[in-house]
Design a protein around this ligand. Structure first.
Ligand code: C2E
Ligand code: MG
Ligand code: MG
Length: 382
Protein backbone atom coordinates (compact mmCIF):
# COMPACT_ATOMS: atom_id res chain seq x y z
CA UNK A 1 0.00 0.00 0.00
CA UNK A 2 1.42 3.35 -1.06
CA UNK A 3 0.75 6.68 0.64
CA UNK A 4 1.71 9.94 -1.09
CA UNK A 5 2.00 13.00 1.15
CA UNK A 6 1.87 16.39 -0.54
CA UNK A 7 2.75 19.07 1.98
CA UNK A 8 5.46 21.67 2.46
CA UNK A 9 5.69 21.53 6.26
CA UNK A 10 8.36 19.04 7.09
CA UNK A 11 7.25 18.14 10.61
CA UNK A 12 3.67 17.56 9.45
CA UNK A 13 4.91 15.28 6.68
CA UNK A 14 6.95 13.34 9.23
CA UNK A 15 3.96 12.94 11.51
CA UNK A 16 1.65 11.76 8.71
CA UNK A 17 4.32 9.41 7.37
CA UNK A 18 4.93 7.88 10.77
CA UNK A 19 1.25 7.16 11.39
CA UNK A 20 0.82 5.94 7.81
CA UNK A 21 3.74 3.53 8.17
CA UNK A 22 2.36 2.26 11.44
CA UNK A 23 -0.77 1.30 9.47
CA UNK A 24 1.18 -0.57 6.83
CA UNK A 25 1.77 2.15 4.19
CA UNK A 26 4.93 2.74 2.26
CA UNK A 27 5.27 6.54 2.11
CA UNK A 28 6.62 9.21 -0.21
CA UNK A 29 6.65 12.93 0.55
CA UNK A 30 6.68 15.73 -2.01
CA UNK A 31 6.64 19.46 -1.44
CA UNK A 32 6.46 20.97 -4.92
CA UNK A 33 4.36 20.65 -8.07
CA UNK A 34 6.97 19.17 -10.42
CA UNK A 35 7.71 16.35 -8.02
CA UNK A 36 4.01 15.52 -7.78
CA UNK A 37 3.96 14.60 -11.49
CA UNK A 38 7.01 12.36 -11.07
CA UNK A 39 5.74 10.72 -7.91
CA UNK A 40 2.40 9.85 -9.54
CA UNK A 41 4.36 8.17 -12.33
CA UNK A 42 6.73 5.99 -10.36
CA UNK A 43 4.89 5.66 -7.05
CA UNK A 44 1.21 5.19 -8.01
CA UNK A 45 -0.47 5.92 -4.69
CA UNK A 46 -3.39 4.11 -3.08
CA UNK A 47 -3.89 7.01 -0.70
CA UNK A 48 -2.99 10.71 -1.05
CA UNK A 49 -2.88 13.26 1.76
CA UNK A 50 -2.71 16.68 0.19
CA UNK A 51 -2.34 20.15 1.65
CA UNK A 52 -4.44 22.56 -0.40
CA UNK A 53 -2.30 25.56 0.28
CA UNK A 54 1.39 25.34 -0.37
CA UNK A 55 3.64 28.15 -1.53
CA UNK A 56 4.12 28.12 -5.30
CA UNK A 57 1.47 25.49 -5.85
CA UNK A 58 -2.08 26.04 -7.05
CA UNK A 59 -4.34 23.64 -5.14
CA UNK A 60 -7.03 23.75 -7.82
CA UNK A 61 -4.54 22.93 -10.57
CA UNK A 62 -3.19 20.12 -8.43
CA UNK A 63 -6.68 18.62 -8.06
CA UNK A 64 -6.93 18.60 -11.83
CA UNK A 65 -3.57 16.83 -12.14
CA UNK A 66 -4.68 14.22 -9.62
CA UNK A 67 -7.94 13.75 -11.52
CA UNK A 68 -5.91 12.89 -14.61
CA UNK A 69 -3.29 10.72 -13.01
CA UNK A 70 -4.61 9.29 -9.75
CA UNK A 71 -8.36 8.93 -10.01
CA UNK A 72 -8.49 5.67 -8.11
CA UNK A 73 -6.54 6.85 -5.09
CA UNK A 74 -8.34 7.67 -1.86
CA UNK A 75 -7.77 11.37 -1.36
CA UNK A 76 -7.71 13.23 1.95
CA UNK A 77 -7.60 17.03 1.73
CA UNK A 78 -5.83 18.98 4.43
CA UNK A 79 -5.97 22.69 5.00
CA UNK A 80 -5.05 25.31 7.50
CA UNK A 81 -7.87 27.60 6.38
CA UNK A 82 -11.51 27.47 7.39
CA UNK A 83 -13.91 24.62 6.73
CA UNK A 84 -15.70 26.47 3.89
CA UNK A 85 -12.55 26.40 1.76
CA UNK A 86 -12.00 22.78 2.62
CA UNK A 87 -15.58 21.84 1.73
CA UNK A 88 -15.42 23.81 -1.51
CA UNK A 89 -12.25 21.95 -2.47
CA UNK A 90 -13.88 18.68 -1.51
CA UNK A 91 -16.80 19.38 -3.85
CA UNK A 92 -14.45 20.45 -6.63
CA UNK A 93 -12.44 17.25 -6.22
CA UNK A 94 -15.57 15.14 -6.42
CA UNK A 95 -16.73 17.06 -9.49
CA UNK A 96 -13.42 16.11 -11.12
CA UNK A 97 -14.26 12.48 -10.39
CA UNK A 98 -11.69 12.18 -7.60
CA UNK A 99 -12.29 9.77 -4.78
CA UNK A 100 -12.25 12.34 -1.95
CA UNK A 101 -12.74 10.31 1.21
CA UNK A 102 -11.86 12.84 3.92
CA UNK A 103 -11.03 16.47 4.66
CA UNK A 104 -9.04 17.52 7.71
CA UNK A 105 -8.35 20.89 9.22
CA UNK A 106 -4.95 21.70 10.62
CA UNK A 107 -3.75 21.22 13.30
CA UNK A 108 -4.06 17.51 12.64
CA UNK A 109 -4.87 15.16 15.46
CA UNK A 110 -3.00 11.90 15.83
CA UNK A 111 -6.20 10.05 16.69
CA UNK A 112 -7.94 11.32 13.53
CA UNK A 113 -5.00 10.42 11.35
CA UNK A 114 -4.77 6.97 12.84
CA UNK A 115 -8.50 6.33 12.34
CA UNK A 116 -8.25 7.64 8.78
CA UNK A 117 -5.38 5.33 7.86
CA UNK A 118 -7.09 2.31 9.39
CA UNK A 119 -10.17 2.85 7.20
CA UNK A 120 -8.05 3.68 4.15
CA UNK A 121 -5.96 0.52 4.60
CA UNK A 122 -9.11 -1.59 4.91
CA UNK A 123 -10.44 -0.07 1.66
CA UNK A 124 -7.19 -0.72 -0.19
CA UNK A 125 -7.21 -4.34 0.94
CA UNK A 126 -10.85 -4.77 -0.06
CA UNK A 127 -10.12 -3.54 -3.60
CA UNK A 128 -6.86 -5.45 -3.78
CA UNK A 129 -8.50 -8.76 -3.09
CA UNK A 130 -10.50 -8.25 -6.25
CA UNK A 131 -8.97 -9.81 -9.35
CA UNK A 132 -10.43 -7.67 -12.08
CA UNK A 133 -8.19 -9.16 -14.75
CA UNK A 134 -9.53 -12.61 -13.95
CA UNK A 135 -13.06 -11.20 -14.02
CA UNK A 136 -12.53 -10.15 -17.64
CA UNK A 137 -11.28 -13.57 -18.70
CA UNK A 138 -14.07 -15.23 -16.71
CA UNK A 139 -16.58 -13.34 -18.80
CA UNK A 140 -18.05 -11.44 -15.83
CA UNK A 141 -18.42 -8.22 -17.84
CA UNK A 142 -21.34 -7.59 -20.12
CA UNK A 143 -22.84 -4.70 -22.02
CA UNK A 144 -26.18 -3.00 -21.45
CA UNK A 145 -27.65 -0.95 -24.25
CA UNK A 146 -29.48 2.36 -23.89
CA UNK A 147 -31.68 3.61 -26.74
CA UNK A 148 -31.00 6.84 -28.63
CA UNK A 149 -33.96 8.34 -30.50
CA UNK A 150 -34.67 11.34 -32.73
CA UNK A 151 -36.24 14.24 -30.82
CA UNK A 152 -38.54 15.38 -33.60
CA UNK A 153 -39.15 12.06 -35.38
CA UNK A 154 -39.17 9.90 -32.20
CA UNK A 155 -37.51 7.31 -34.41
CA UNK A 156 -35.06 4.80 -32.96
CA UNK A 157 -31.59 5.86 -34.14
CA UNK A 158 -29.10 3.87 -32.15
CA UNK A 159 -27.92 2.53 -28.81
CA UNK A 160 -25.06 3.26 -26.44
CA UNK A 161 -23.19 0.29 -24.99
CA UNK A 162 -22.57 0.66 -21.22
CA UNK A 163 -20.44 -1.85 -19.41
CA UNK A 164 -21.63 -3.78 -16.33
CA UNK A 165 -19.78 -6.19 -14.07
CA UNK A 166 -21.86 -9.21 -13.06
CA UNK A 167 -19.95 -9.70 -9.84
CA UNK A 168 -20.27 -13.20 -8.38
CA UNK A 169 -20.89 -11.86 -4.81
CA UNK A 170 -21.97 -8.28 -5.22
CA UNK A 171 -24.41 -8.53 -8.12
CA UNK A 172 -24.45 -6.11 -11.04
CA UNK A 173 -21.94 -3.31 -10.59
CA UNK A 174 -22.05 0.03 -12.44
CA UNK A 175 -18.95 1.47 -14.16
CA UNK A 176 -18.39 4.05 -11.41
CA UNK A 177 -17.65 1.19 -9.03
CA UNK A 178 -14.80 -0.30 -11.05
CA UNK A 179 -13.61 1.73 -14.08
CA UNK A 180 -11.16 3.83 -12.04
CA UNK A 181 -9.61 0.79 -10.40
CA UNK A 182 -9.34 -0.98 -13.73
CA UNK A 183 -7.44 1.97 -15.16
CA UNK A 184 -5.14 1.81 -12.15
CA UNK A 185 -4.64 -1.93 -12.58
CA UNK A 186 -3.61 -1.26 -16.20
CA UNK A 187 -6.66 -3.19 -17.41
CA UNK A 188 -8.37 -0.49 -19.49
CA UNK A 189 -6.93 -1.94 -22.66
CA UNK A 190 -8.40 -5.40 -22.03
CA UNK A 191 -11.74 -3.94 -20.99
CA UNK A 192 -11.93 -1.73 -24.08
CA UNK A 193 -11.02 -4.67 -26.28
CA UNK A 194 -13.95 -6.60 -24.80
CA UNK A 195 -16.30 -3.63 -25.22
CA UNK A 196 -15.31 -3.05 -28.86
CA UNK A 197 -15.73 -6.68 -29.85
CA UNK A 198 -18.95 -7.31 -27.94
CA UNK A 199 -20.63 -4.11 -29.13
CA UNK A 200 -19.67 -4.68 -32.78
CA UNK A 201 -21.00 -8.22 -32.56
CA UNK A 202 -24.28 -6.89 -31.14
CA UNK A 203 -24.52 -4.11 -33.74
CA UNK A 204 -23.95 -6.69 -36.49
CA UNK A 205 -26.73 -8.91 -35.13
CA UNK A 206 -29.12 -5.95 -35.14
CA UNK A 207 -27.97 -4.92 -38.60
CA UNK A 208 -28.49 -8.39 -40.01
CA UNK A 209 -32.02 -8.31 -38.57
CA UNK A 210 -32.72 -5.13 -40.53
CA UNK A 211 -32.22 -2.71 -37.60
CA UNK A 212 -29.77 -0.15 -38.94
CA UNK A 213 -28.91 1.40 -35.61
CA UNK A 214 -25.73 3.21 -34.63
CA UNK A 215 -23.72 1.60 -31.83
CA UNK A 216 -21.96 4.03 -29.51
CA UNK A 217 -19.20 2.83 -27.22
CA UNK A 218 -17.11 4.62 -24.61
CA UNK A 219 -13.34 4.70 -24.88
CA UNK A 220 -10.70 6.41 -22.78
CA UNK A 221 -8.01 8.82 -23.91
CA UNK A 222 -5.36 6.10 -23.75
CA UNK A 223 -7.34 4.09 -26.30
CA UNK A 224 -7.23 7.06 -28.64
CA UNK A 225 -3.43 7.10 -28.51
CA UNK A 226 -3.28 3.63 -30.03
CA UNK A 227 -2.50 4.22 -33.69
CA UNK A 228 -3.55 0.70 -34.70
CA UNK A 229 -7.06 1.13 -33.26
CA UNK A 230 -8.79 2.34 -36.45
CA UNK A 231 -7.53 -0.66 -38.43
CA UNK A 232 -8.43 -3.07 -35.65
CA UNK A 233 -11.98 -1.74 -35.56
CA UNK A 234 -12.32 -1.82 -39.36
CA UNK A 235 -11.13 -5.43 -39.36
CA UNK A 236 -13.66 -6.50 -36.73
CA UNK A 237 -16.43 -4.72 -38.66
CA UNK A 238 -15.42 -6.55 -41.83
CA UNK A 239 -15.36 -9.85 -39.98
CA UNK A 240 -18.97 -9.32 -38.83
CA UNK A 241 -20.25 -7.64 -42.02
CA UNK A 242 -21.04 -4.39 -40.28
CA UNK A 243 -20.63 -1.10 -42.18
CA UNK A 244 -18.21 0.99 -40.05
CA UNK A 245 -20.51 4.02 -40.28
CA UNK A 246 -22.79 2.25 -37.78
CA UNK A 247 -20.15 2.79 -35.07
CA UNK A 248 -19.55 5.81 -32.86
CA UNK A 249 -16.66 6.05 -30.42
CA UNK A 250 -17.34 8.33 -27.46
CA UNK A 251 -14.63 10.06 -25.50
CA UNK A 252 -15.33 12.54 -22.72
CA UNK A 253 -14.48 16.18 -23.26
CA UNK A 254 -11.90 16.19 -20.48
CA UNK A 255 -10.16 13.07 -21.78
CA UNK A 256 -10.18 14.22 -25.41
CA UNK A 257 -8.50 17.51 -24.56
CA UNK A 258 -5.69 16.00 -22.52
CA UNK A 259 -3.35 15.49 -25.46
CA UNK A 260 -5.03 17.10 -28.45
CA UNK A 261 -2.24 16.56 -30.95
CA UNK A 262 -1.86 12.84 -30.37
CA UNK A 263 -5.60 12.19 -30.03
CA UNK A 264 -6.26 14.04 -33.28
CA UNK A 265 -4.27 11.50 -35.24
CA UNK A 266 -6.46 8.57 -34.23
CA UNK A 267 -9.69 10.59 -34.47
CA UNK A 268 -8.87 11.52 -38.05
CA UNK A 269 -8.08 7.94 -39.01
CA UNK A 270 -11.38 6.79 -37.50
CA UNK A 271 -13.29 9.44 -39.43
CA UNK A 272 -11.48 8.49 -42.65
CA UNK A 273 -12.82 4.97 -42.14
CA UNK A 274 -16.34 6.39 -41.69
CA UNK A 275 -16.45 5.64 -37.96
CA UNK A 276 -18.20 8.35 -35.94
CA UNK A 277 -16.56 10.08 -32.98
CA UNK A 278 -18.51 11.78 -30.26
CA UNK A 279 -17.43 14.20 -27.55
CA UNK A 280 -19.16 12.97 -24.38
CA UNK A 281 -20.13 14.82 -21.19
CA UNK A 282 -19.71 18.10 -23.02
CA UNK A 283 -19.75 21.17 -20.78
CA UNK A 284 -17.85 19.60 -17.90
CA UNK A 285 -14.36 19.78 -19.42
CA UNK A 286 -12.44 22.73 -20.78
CA UNK A 287 -12.24 22.39 -24.54
CA UNK A 288 -11.42 25.67 -26.21
CA UNK A 289 -13.57 26.64 -29.15
CA UNK A 290 -10.67 26.50 -31.57
CA UNK A 291 -9.66 23.03 -30.43
CA UNK A 292 -13.22 21.88 -30.77
CA UNK A 293 -13.44 23.19 -34.28
CA UNK A 294 -10.12 21.60 -35.26
CA UNK A 295 -10.97 18.16 -33.94
CA UNK A 296 -12.90 15.92 -36.34
CA UNK A 297 -15.83 15.02 -34.09
CA UNK A 298 -19.11 14.06 -35.69
CA UNK A 299 -21.31 14.37 -32.61
CA UNK A 300 -21.55 16.25 -29.34
CA UNK A 301 -23.30 14.95 -26.22
CA UNK A 302 -24.50 17.57 -23.76
CA UNK A 303 -23.64 16.44 -20.26
CA UNK A 304 -26.65 15.18 -18.36
CA UNK A 305 -26.11 17.65 -15.52
CA UNK A 306 -27.42 20.43 -17.80
CA UNK A 307 -30.23 18.39 -19.33
CA UNK A 308 -31.70 16.89 -16.17
CA UNK A 309 -31.94 20.25 -14.43
CA UNK A 310 -32.89 22.37 -17.46
CA UNK A 311 -36.68 22.21 -16.90
CA UNK A 312 -36.39 23.70 -13.42
CA UNK A 313 -33.27 25.82 -13.71
CA UNK A 314 -33.17 28.54 -16.33
CA UNK A 315 -29.40 28.98 -16.09
CA UNK A 316 -28.87 25.34 -16.99
CA UNK A 317 -31.40 25.62 -19.81
CA UNK A 318 -29.51 28.60 -21.22
CA UNK A 319 -26.25 26.63 -21.11
CA UNK A 320 -27.89 23.65 -22.82
CA UNK A 321 -29.23 25.92 -25.57
CA UNK A 322 -25.79 27.51 -26.07
CA UNK A 323 -24.19 24.08 -26.36
CA UNK A 324 -26.77 22.99 -28.93
CA UNK A 325 -26.13 26.10 -31.03
CA UNK A 326 -22.39 25.75 -30.67
CA UNK A 327 -22.52 22.15 -31.82
CA UNK A 328 -24.69 22.99 -34.81
CA UNK A 329 -22.53 25.95 -35.76
CA UNK A 330 -19.50 23.71 -36.13
CA UNK A 331 -21.49 21.06 -37.98
CA UNK A 332 -22.02 18.49 -35.23
CA UNK A 333 -25.07 16.43 -34.46
CA UNK A 334 -26.14 17.18 -30.88
CA UNK A 335 -27.51 14.68 -28.43
CA UNK A 336 -28.98 15.36 -24.99
CA UNK A 337 -28.33 12.63 -22.44
CA UNK A 338 -30.09 12.41 -19.10
CA UNK A 339 -33.62 13.15 -20.38
CA UNK A 340 -35.56 11.96 -17.36
CA UNK A 341 -39.02 13.39 -17.95
CA UNK A 342 -41.34 14.81 -20.56
CA UNK A 343 -40.49 18.41 -19.69
CA UNK A 344 -36.82 17.81 -20.44
CA UNK A 345 -37.80 16.07 -23.65
CA UNK A 346 -40.02 18.98 -24.77
CA UNK A 347 -37.44 21.56 -23.80
CA UNK A 348 -34.59 19.89 -25.68
CA UNK A 349 -36.79 19.46 -28.73
CA UNK A 350 -37.83 23.13 -28.63
CA UNK A 351 -34.21 24.18 -28.35
CA UNK A 352 -33.39 22.29 -31.54
CA UNK A 353 -31.43 19.36 -30.13
CA UNK A 354 -31.26 16.41 -32.55
CA UNK A 355 -31.22 13.25 -30.45
CA UNK A 356 -32.35 12.11 -27.02
CA UNK A 357 -31.10 9.55 -24.53
CA UNK A 358 -32.30 9.09 -20.97
CA UNK A 359 -34.56 7.23 -18.57
CA UNK A 360 -37.64 8.95 -20.08
CA UNK A 361 -36.87 7.16 -23.34
CA UNK A 362 -35.42 3.96 -21.94
CA UNK A 363 -33.01 2.64 -19.33
CA UNK A 364 -29.86 0.74 -20.29
CA UNK A 365 -30.91 -2.92 -20.76
CA UNK A 366 -29.40 -6.28 -21.65
CA UNK A 367 -29.33 -7.11 -25.38
CA UNK A 368 -32.10 -9.68 -25.12
CA UNK A 369 -34.57 -7.01 -23.92
CA UNK A 370 -33.93 -4.61 -26.81
CA UNK A 371 -36.32 -6.15 -29.34
CA UNK A 372 -39.28 -6.01 -26.94
CA UNK A 373 -38.39 -2.49 -25.93
CA UNK A 374 -38.23 -1.34 -29.57
CA UNK A 375 -41.62 -2.88 -30.33
CA UNK A 376 -43.16 -1.09 -27.37
CA UNK A 377 -41.52 2.23 -28.29
CA UNK A 378 -42.72 2.04 -31.87
CA UNK A 379 -46.25 1.13 -30.79
CA UNK A 380 -46.35 3.98 -28.31
CA UNK A 381 -45.31 6.32 -31.11
CA UNK A 382 -48.13 5.18 -33.40
P1 C2E B 1 -21.71 8.13 -20.17
O1 C2E B 1 -20.98 7.58 -21.34
O2 C2E B 1 -21.96 9.58 -20.15
O3 C2E B 1 -23.06 7.30 -20.08
C1 C2E B 1 -24.26 7.80 -19.65
C2 C2E B 1 -24.53 7.44 -18.22
O4 C2E B 1 -25.72 8.10 -17.83
C3 C2E B 1 -24.80 5.95 -18.02
O5 C2E B 1 -24.34 5.61 -16.71
C4 C2E B 1 -26.31 5.90 -18.07
O6 C2E B 1 -26.86 4.78 -17.41
C5 C2E B 1 -26.67 7.17 -17.34
N1 C2E B 1 -28.00 7.66 -17.70
C6 C2E B 1 -28.68 7.39 -18.81
N2 C2E B 1 -29.85 8.04 -18.84
C7 C2E B 1 -29.94 8.73 -17.69
C8 C2E B 1 -30.93 9.61 -17.11
O7 C2E B 1 -31.98 9.86 -17.66
N3 C2E B 1 -30.63 10.16 -15.90
C9 C2E B 1 -29.46 9.91 -15.26
N4 C2E B 1 -29.25 10.49 -14.10
N5 C2E B 1 -28.50 9.09 -15.76
C10 C2E B 1 -28.74 8.52 -16.97
P2 C2E B 1 -23.46 4.34 -16.44
O8 C2E B 1 -23.89 3.19 -17.28
O9 C2E B 1 -23.40 4.19 -14.96
O10 C2E B 1 -22.05 4.78 -16.98
C11 C2E B 1 -21.34 5.82 -16.38
C12 C2E B 1 -20.13 6.21 -17.17
O11 C2E B 1 -19.17 5.14 -17.17
C13 C2E B 1 -20.44 6.46 -18.64
O12 C2E B 1 -20.94 7.75 -18.79
C14 C2E B 1 -19.07 6.28 -19.26
O13 C2E B 1 -18.30 7.44 -19.14
C15 C2E B 1 -18.45 5.20 -18.38
N6 C2E B 1 -18.55 3.92 -19.10
C16 C2E B 1 -19.62 3.11 -19.28
N7 C2E B 1 -19.30 2.04 -20.03
C17 C2E B 1 -17.99 2.19 -20.35
C18 C2E B 1 -17.08 1.42 -21.14
O14 C2E B 1 -17.41 0.40 -21.73
N8 C2E B 1 -15.79 1.88 -21.23
C19 C2E B 1 -15.40 3.05 -20.64
N9 C2E B 1 -14.13 3.45 -20.78
N10 C2E B 1 -16.23 3.81 -19.90
C20 C2E B 1 -17.51 3.38 -19.77
MG1 MG C 1 -21.01 7.83 -23.21
MG1 MG D 1 -22.09 11.26 -20.89
Amino acid sequence: MRLLIIDDEEDICDLIAEIGQRNGFETRTVSNAENVQNALGDFPPDVIMMDLMMPGMDGVELLRTLAEKAKAAQLCLVSGSDSRVLNGARRLGSAHGLNVVAAMEKPLSIANLDAFFKTAAANVKKNDGEDRGLAISNGEFSLYYQPVVGLSSREMKGVEALVRWNHPDKGILMPDAFIRQMANDGLMHSLTEFVIKASIRQAATLYAAGEHLTMSMNVTASTLLDLSLPDQISDICAQYNLPPEMLILEVTESEAMRDVTRTMDVLLRLRLRNIGVSIDDFGTGHASLSELQRMPFSELKIDKSFVTTAPTNNDQAVIAKSIIDLGHNIGLRVIAEGIEDERAWDLMREKGCDLAQGYFVGHPMPAQELATWMDAWRNKKG
